[in-house]
Design a binder for this molecule. Sequence first.
Ligand code: 5GP
Ligand code: ZN
Length: 110
Amino acid sequence: MDNCLFCKIIKKEIPKEFDYESENLVVFPDINPSADSHLLIVPKKHIGGVEELSQDNKDLLAEIYETANALVKKKNLQNSLYRIVVNGGKAQHVPHLHFHFLGGQWKKMV
Ligand code: 5GP
Ligand code: ZN
C-alpha cells in the first residue's frame, strides 16, 4: 500500500536489516525498543489491523506464532520473560498489522 511505512520497509524502499524473512513475513528490530529484545513480526501483505483479519489469514497467523516460537527458543527465553503484543485502534500507531515480540526485561509499555 502506498504511503505505508511498513510496506515501504518490506519493499526495501526504506533500508532495514531483517532478522528473518519468509515468503509471507519479515522480522526486524523496533526502532524505539521497549525491551531488551524488541522485534516486530510483520506480514508482507498489507493488513491494516486485527479488525481486518478473516479465515483467509489463518495460515499466516499460524506462521506468525511459529516464528514467535522459534524466537523464544533462539533467544532461550522459555524460562525467562517474553511477551507478544498487538496494538489496535487508537493504541496502534503504524496501520499495518504487526506483532511486537518483547524479550527480557521491558522498559515501558508498547
Ligand atoms: P504500534 O503502536 O503501531 O503498535 O507500534 C509501532 C511500532 O513501530 C513502535 O514500537 C515504533 O517504535 C515502531 N516504529 C515506528 N517507526 C519505525 C521505523 O521506521 N522502523 C522501525 N524499525 N520501527 C518503527
Ligand atoms: Zn502496509
